[in-house]
Design a protein around this ligand. Structure first.
Ligand code: HEM
Length: 273
């Protein structure tokens, strides 16, 4: 391609002075992507608390609603977090959309090149496009639910949604898309910004290890919600409330919510001594 054609096609000729603007957009895209990937790691561990039991998940949910430090539950706090994540998500999607193929023709050319080159990083980039595109819809629907009905989160409420409301295939698809997208995205960030300074081969191994770990955790978590939802199907709509909390957590619960554990009768106390 001659220089003049290149300049015309990339619109550089019209600009005259080189601009830093595209570089800043790239920095922003990386920063929003990093934020979302780190959020997803935290999110997966919180959601996976169901594997430790219903009371563990209930406590984590209430923690985010301020129950253990504000004296009552305020699900709107969760809406606030969901709104912030939504904003970052939309910004990230907008910034990423600059790089999407703009027509079917462009897409065909890109796919043909990727197949012909057999270049693994280009193939990964194609997967980034597929999974990113599906997340436009999947993550938006999920975030909207969390934003508007934050009170419907909990061991039974979440399990009812996943089993009785039939959302488990939706979560399975979103899990696959988000873990592949996040893993590839983090790998590409490392290659792009040169940190940590490891070989591409090693970075790729790390990426697959992380993806395998979070996918396994995610599938086990989804299975746990499905099982609880199935067992709870006849009591759909009922909310979980633990009878008591672990001893170390009780002092943080609003007073009067959980009765203190029964004191040992005096005779028993004597025997103990
Ligand atoms: C503040 C924002 C968010 C909140 C409060 C939240 C909360 C939850 C909760 C409570 C669940 C359990 C199922 C349910 O109750 O419906 C869940 C599952 C899930 N969420 Fe989110 N989420 C948020 C943002 C996101 C985002 C941005 C993504 C990805 C793009 C995401 C991906 C997933 C996936 C894949 C699952 C299924 C996990 C599994 O079952 O293994 N979430 N989320």
């Amino acid at each position: 391609m001659s220089e003049s054609v290149f300049l015309a096609e990339t619109d550089l000729a019209a600009r005259g002075v080189p601009s830093r603007y595209p570089a800043w957009l790239d920095v922003l895209q990386s920063a929003t992507g990093l934020f979302l990937a780190l959020f997803m790691w935290g999110h997966m561990f919180f959601v996976a608390s169901i594997l430790l039991g219903k009371t563990a998940m209930w406590s984590i949910t209430r923690l985010f609603e301020g129950y253990f430090f504000l004296g009552a539950s305020y699900p709107r706090l969760v809406s606030g977090v969901a709104a912030c994540v939504f904003l970052v998500f939309v910004a990230h999607a907008l910034l990423a959309a600059r790089k999407f193929p703009l027509s079917y023709r462009q897409y065909r050319v890109m796919r043909a090149h990727t197949r012909a080159m057999r270049h693994e990083d280009s193939t990964l980039w194609m997967w980034q496009i597929y999974t990113g595109f599906s997340l436009f819809f999947l993550a938006s629907a999920h975030l909207y639910q969390m934003l508007v009905w934050p009170q419907n989160i909990g061991p039974y409420a979440s399990s009812d949604r996943i089993w009785s409301d039939g959302l488990w295939p939706f979560y399975l698809l979103m899990l696959l898309a988000v873990e592949l997208h996040g893993g590839i995205g983090l790998y590409r960030l490392c290659v792009k910004w040169g940190w940590p300074r490891l070989s591409r081969g090693l970075l790729k191994k790390l990426k697959w290890a992380l993806t395998a770990f979070f996918l396994t955790l995610g599938i086990l978590t989804l299975a746990a919600y499905m099982k609880i939802g199935y067992e709870h199907r006849l009591n759909y709509g009922e909310r979980y409330h633990p009878d008591t909390l672990p001893q170390w957590l009780l002092p943080f619960a609003p007073s009067g919510e959980f009765s203190d554990p029964p004191a040992l009768p005096p005779a028993a106390e004597g025997k103990e001594a």
